[in-house]
Design a protein around this ligand. Structure first.
Ligand code: FE2
Length: 380
């Protein structure tokens, strides 16, 4: 029943400042495994910066590249095997949510070699660890908040199911939030990762498990995103706005730890599991219809809109639509899937996966099969 208690988790140490990547220079240890995803980290010169700081710390660092897409069971097993060979004191992940989630899960299985992923797939069944390896997370997108959250999403290799796992062992020892790492993000990635953080905020605020602490973090995050996302899109190198989005992602991640998310995430996990659809993009598409559905029987969506500076819920919806248009993103998931992912889709199957997602438990209004199917039809 421990998971029923609202527990305030965040990294043991969080550093937020432009240039704070230098914190790596002061790490103590002998060996590190450095997980990275996209090539952009290398192309921007930031990977070399990270390696240089670790070299100054006299830490022998092994690079594990190419972590892309949602972490699958196979990807995690391969990464754990590498850790077993390297015996690192530090596991460092620099990237988006997928890279950070992969590091969280791989650390856990490296610390618990007797456990298989099948042992922890049941909601809230992840045990503690005895061996303690340090984990540092460095986000390079503007919003998954994975560096703050106790959630890690794993994709089952055989059926594509995306399962959010929850454990305090997924909280890192160190989170480094350096806005200089996010100034080169494309408008699309800026928009949908920030809208992922926005979804963590609004879904935590509307959650059945909300409390005053999660409300406070959720509102701080919501206000920062509504104030700074538009600026980050029009002035990508505006470091102040980029930094405020990193703060927002952190606050929203903490709110999510306290209150959990809801129907938007359930739908996005299902669509992403079936098609590889980017998590934040899926959330951005399902935000308006799920909030509309919830608002029929809950005052919370309208209260969140009002508390974050909108005169009414519709004005919040117009803002979301405007962000998607500005960033060149569609509001129609099926169009994106057929144009870019080219996978034949079964809406009923996606609906079934969403209905089985643990996030639906905290949606403020009970969603039935027809509700989920209707939202999928409305947005295709
Ligand atoms: Fe999310």
């Amino acid at each position: 029943m421990l998971h029923m208690l609202p527990r305030l988790f965040q990294a043991s140490e969080t550093v937020i400042k432009r240039g704070s990547l230098i914190r790596l220079q002061f790490l103590q240890g002998e060996r590190a495994a450095l997980l990275v995803g996209a090539k952009s980290l290398k192309e921007s010169g930031n990977l070399a910066k990270i390696q240089n700081f670790l070299s100054k710390a006299k830490i022998e660092t092994t690079l594990i590249e190419g972590i892309s897409g949602d972490p699958t069971v196979n990807m995690i097993r391969t990464t754990v095997e590498k850790f077993s060979t390297l015996q690192p004191d530090w596991i460092i992940a620099a990237g988006g949510g997928a890279v950070m989630d992969c590091a969280k899960l791989a650390r856990f299985f490296y610390e618990n070699p007797d456990l298989d992923i099948a042992d922890i797939l049941k909601p809230f069944s992840v045990p503690g660890s005895h061996k303690k390896i340090k984990l540092a997370l460095v986000p390079t997108t503007s919003g998954t908040g994975s560096e703050a959250s106790h959630v890690a999403v794993v994709k089952e290799s055989n059926n594509g199911h995306k399962i959010p796992l929850v454990s305090e062992r997924f909280i890192p020892d160190l989170a480094i939030l350096d806005a200089t790492l996010t100034v080169n993000l494309s408008p699309a990635v800026t928009a949908y990762t920030a809208l992922d953080a926005f979804t963590h905020a609004v879904e935590s605020y509307c959650s059945r498990a909300n409390n005053l602490l999660s409300d406070a973090y959720a509102l701080m995050a919501g206000r920062l995103i509504t104030q700074h996302l538009t600026v980050s899109l029009s002035e990508p190198r505006n470091i102040k706005s980029r930094e405020n989005l990193l703060y927002a992602a952190l606050f929203a991640g903490i709110a999510q730890n306290l209150a959990a998310v809801g129907g938007v995430h359930a739908l996005s996990h299902a669509l992403g599991g079936k098609t590889g659809f980017p998590h934040g993009y899926g959330n951005a598409i399902f935000l308006i219809p799920v909030l509309t559905f919830n608002a029929q029987n809950s005052p919370r969506p309208a209260q969140f809109a009002s508390e974050t500076g909108f005169s009414e819920l519709q004005e919040l919806f117009d803002w979301i639509s405007g962000i998607l248009t500005t960033a060149g993103l569609s509001q129609n998931w099926h169009q994106v899937v057929s144009e870019t992912i080219k996978t034949e889709l079964n809406t009923a199957e996606i609906a079934e996966m969403a209905l089985n997602d643990v996030c639906l438990r905290t949606n403020p209004v009970k969603m039935e099969k027809n509700d989920v199917r209707q939202i999928l039809e409305e947005t295709r």
